[in-house]
Design a protein around this ligand. Structure first.
Ligand code: NAP
Length: 537
């Protein structure tokens, strides 16, 4: 009988697999393990399904991926579901998750309100010892982290931050019922959340000041209502569509245009750009000329087409320069562009200002607002921090993942991230993570998570069928993978000068690499079967 821990009097459950997180990644994992008859449980910190969509409640929250691609490829689920809009809002995504529950009945395998605080590998048991905040302990053979990249909000260390007497909120924890109408509001940050909040509350607030560090090259969403019957008819194509999504650079069924911009005439490229713009969404980036990310001149041409579109919408030349500078501040499409509906129109309103933080920094917070470097004090009722997340290794700060000798994964990564395939780590056996450091980044979330999920399920099943109790990536394999990550980063127009966070190749290339590893007898992994001893636990 296993001993209980200091935290709990409960006898630890012994399971084949424990997954953390009930978003797309976690549910896809659960579905496949259950199908194969393994004992499995999801531990979810929140009280319902949906992952980030469950707690993302800021006004205007909406998916930036087109709806057919933003769903699970599980037939039982998609066959009876239709979306109402091309780019669904947060509430519709949450409703979709309830449809997943009605179809698959997964909640019985999920323990909600269970925030995992520690996970340590036990070398004797060859199992993980996982503990939640409320003292629940579980001992799975395999431990899967499916918590996404954006689970730890980033609040910049602004001077005198606590002195502000008004309401200050992060987009990750938008309070129910907060009224912005008629209020003086600041929004700091113009990333994915910032753009959506700004265009949603901009038309109704008394005054809005946007603090922008880097302009967002936001693209026209071209939102549409969707017809139920047309969607139902298109479902015969879904199996091919989902397969095709894995064969493209960004996880959608469409690809870059197989032609260089240099072999086209100015008329041809103008009409082509117009077509992509009208198609809407990310197509102006994903379907553009094949050399858009390898040739700076091509990239610049796309930038100036985009800039002209924005300048047609924004009336004031000073505002135009802030939102769409004459000189591109970074390569076009190298940072995730938002999709907008009325974002640029908001900046034509007389009650909307934009502070360009590259020209005038935030000096400090004051009891009534924010003081900038030019000495001006801006007064606000509400400050919205749309400042994003600690996206790289951030989720691992609160959820401690430890090797058998007590080494924390963040200690291991202190001098550079080493992983194998952006999913496994040497020294941390029987552990897999999804959509984290060194995983593909610039792609449709559900496609990427299913590519990884299928690979992990295959690897775990292989181990279970062969009665291996332990799988571990070799040090050599992760050194080799890191070399690839650095090489891809160096070749990319969006290369980072610091630690590259993601696999910067195409999703299709990543998928092929994972399959090669499998076909090569799980190259880079050591499998072993050690007899369990319970003596030390
Ligand atoms: P984000 O896209 O990383 O944007 C953060 C913003 O805050 C950036 O504009 C950043 O400027 C700014 N910022 C950070 N620190 C700052 C500082 N000290 N002073 C001033 N500005 C600062 O974060 P997010 O909007 O929360 O989105 C995070 C991720 O969640 C996205 O990448 C996306 O994957 C996901 N998301 C998706 C959707 C969707 O599908 N519609 C919606 C929301 C979120 P810099 O650019 O200069 O760093």
């Amino acid at each position: 009988m296993p001993q209980t821990t200091a935290h709990s009097t409960q006898t630890p459950e012994e399971l084949d697999v424990v997954i953390v997180g009930a978003g797309y990644s976690g549910i896809h994992q659960l579905y496949h393990y259950r199908k194969q008859g393994y004992s499995v449980r999801i531990l979810e910190a929140e009280s319902d399904l949906g992952g980030a969509w469950w707690w993302t409640r800021y006004p205007g929250a909406r998916v930036d991926s087109e709806s057919p691609f933003y769903q699970l490829s599980i037939e039982e689920v998609w066959k009876d579901w239709v979306w109402t809009e091309r780019f669904p809002c947060r509430d519709e995504v949450c409703e979709y998750y309830q449809h997943v529950e009605r179809t698959l009945g997964i909640k019985k395998n999920i323990r909600f309100n269970s925030r995992v605080v520690s996970a340590k590998f036990n070398d004797t048991l060859n199992r993980w010892v996982i503990t939640t905040k409320d003292g629940f302990v579980v001992h799975p053979r395999f431990f899967i982290l499916a918590i996404g990249a954006a689970s730890k909000p980033h609040t910049p260390p602004f001077a005198d931050f606590q002195s502000f007497k008004g309401i200050c909120i992060h987009t990750a924890s938008w309070p129910e019922g907060l009224v912005t109408k008629g209020k003086r509001v600041a929004v700091i940050g113009t990333g994915a959340s910032g753009v959506q909040v700004i265009q949603s509350i901009g038309p109704e607030v008394k005054h809005l000041t946007v603090f922008q560090r880097t302009p967002n090259y936001a693209l026209a969403m071209q939102q549409q209502k969707l017809d139920k019957e047309i969607q139902q008819k298109s479902k015969r194509l879904f199996p091919d569509m989902f397969r095709r999504c894995r064969q493209t650079p960004n996880g959608f069924s469409f690809d870059r245009y197989p032609k260089s911009l240099h072999v086209t005439t100015p008329e041809e490229r103008l009409l082509f750009f117009e077509d992509l713009w009208t198609a809407g969404g990310w197509r102006f980036v994903t379907n553009n000329y094949m050399d858009i990310f390898s040739d700076q001149a091509v990239n610049d041409e796309a930038y100036f087409f985009w800039r002209n579109k924005i300048c047609e919408r924004v009336h004031d030349p000073v505002m135009q320069e802030k939102l769409a500078p004459t000189s591109p501040p970074y390569p076009f499409g190298s940072k995730r562009p938002s999709l907008e509906i009325n974002y640029y129109d908001v900046f034509n309103q007389p009650n909307v200002d934009l502070v360009d933080l590259t020209q005038c920094e935030i000096s400090r917070f004051t009891p009534s607002g924010i003081q900038t470097a030019d000495g001006v004090e801006h007064t606000f009722d509400i400050v919205v921090l749309a400042t994003g997340f600690h996206t790289f290794t951030g989720p691992y700060t609160d959820l401690k993942v430890q090797a058998a000798d007590g080494t924390d994964i963040l200690e291991k990564w202190a001098n550079g991230v080493y992983s194998y395939l952006g999913m496994t780590v040497h020294g941390f056996p029987n552990f897999f993570y999804m959509y984290g450091p060194q995983s593909p980044g610039a792609c449709n979330g559900p496609t990427c998570s299913e590519v990884q999920s299928d690979w992990i399920v295959g690897c775990v099943s292989h181990a279970m069928k062969q009665c291996f109790t332990r799988i571990e990536a070799t040090r050599e394999a992760e050194i080799e993978y890191r070399r690839l990550i650095l090489e891809l980063n160096a070749r990319s127009l969006s290369r980072s000068t610091s630690e590259p966070t993601n696999f910067k190749g195409d999703l299709a290339q990543y998928g092929r690499l994972c399959l090669e590893v499998t076909d090569d007898g799980y190259r880079g992994f050591v499998f072993s079967s050690q007899v369990e001893s319970r003596a030390l636990l």
